[in-house]
Design a protein around this ligand. Structure first.
Ligand code: SF4
Length: 286
């Protein structure tokens, strides 16, 4: 069995406990306007064209190149061509993961499957999770929740921690922001909590999308009503992924970064309303 992966990051300290290897699967059913990884969204592999770092913009290389590996576009000379996404077998991806087994053991870490949406490739994800469980690695799945319940339920059998994204509690606004309503996402989260699995809710804090009083109050109320939620992480929006939109020739819109003081106040408010649930501001979007 094989799947499509667009990155494997080693030594992450932010995506679950301890030192982690994060496997990023390609494909996502949502189209969040702030997505930091636009290369994750499409299921198929794609080519991104980046501006070369030492480029003097003369364009002579594009004329000389016999194999069309260089492109001139809107005054930019695109010399750095990268394939986003590669097809890998389970054995290949697990061999990459296995390199860091010693760090998992020493730090209490493990493997996190992220994306994109890892449940967009359910068969591949489930087999990876099964192997991790067999080898004794802690497993985490970062999901947007827009997935079939049966796949999620089966994944829960082999997952120690879900990092579950909640972007906006109002379904109409959620649809405007991501292309889909949130009914399936909220329903899946409630069913997961019903299974008693560990869930950390992650909220990408995006000015204009979900940092207003109403959105925050709805989030805090939801967390307060669902006592199975272990903790909440607020992930501030950052614009570091914008160059990838240009490289993929995908349109993007400017969003401001959230105010750090406002973020701390948001975290304090959620923690107060949902008494007993930790709410922290963590590093920005992945
Ligand atoms: S759910 Fe995540 S990966 Fe998918 S579009 Fe939104 S931010 Fe990007």
């Amino acid at each position: 069995m094989s799947g499509r992966v667009f990155d494997v990051q080693r030594f992450s300290l932010h995506d679950g406990p301890g030192i982690r290897t994060v496997v990023f699967l390609k494909g996502c059913p949502l189209r969040c306007s702030w997505c930091a990884n636009p290369e994750s969204q499409r299921a198929e592999a794609e080519i991104a064209w980046f501006v070369g770092r030492q480029c003097a913009l003369c364009g002579r290389c594009a004329v000389a190149c016999m194999c069309e590996a260089i492109r001139v576009d809107d005054g930019r000379v695109l010399t750095d061509r990268r394939l986003m996404g590669r097809q890998v077998t389970i054995d290949e991806v697990m061999a990459e993961v296995r390199r860091d087994a010693v760090f998992f053991r020493r730090s209490g870490g493990g493997v996190t499957f992220s994306g994109g949406e890892p449940l967009a490739q359910p068969g591949f994800l489930l087999e990876c999770l099964r192997r991790c469980r067999r080898w004794g690695y802690h497993t985490a799945v970062e999901t947007c929740g827009q997935a079939g319940w049966e796949d999620l339920r089966e994944a829960a059998l082999f997952t120690d921690l879900f990092l579950y994204d909640l972007k906006q509690l109002d379904s109409a606004r959620h649809r405007t922001l991501t292309g889909q309503g949130n009914e399936l996402i909220l329903g899946n989260l409630e069913r997961l909590l019903g299974l008693g699995v560990a869930v950390t809710v992650r909220v990408p804090v995006v000015p204009g999308a979900n940092d207003d009083r109403e959105s925050l109050s709805a989030l805090a109320g939801f967390v307060a009503r669902h006592r199975g939620i272990r903790s909440v992480e607020l992930l501030p929006y950052h614009p570091l992924g914008l160059h990838k939109y240009d490289a993929l020739d995908v349109a993007w819109s400017r969003v401001e970064k959230p105010d750090p003081a406002g973020l701390e106040a948001m975290a304090a408010y959620v923690a107060e309303v949902a008494a007993g649930v930790d709410c922290v501001v963590t590093r920005g979007l992945g």
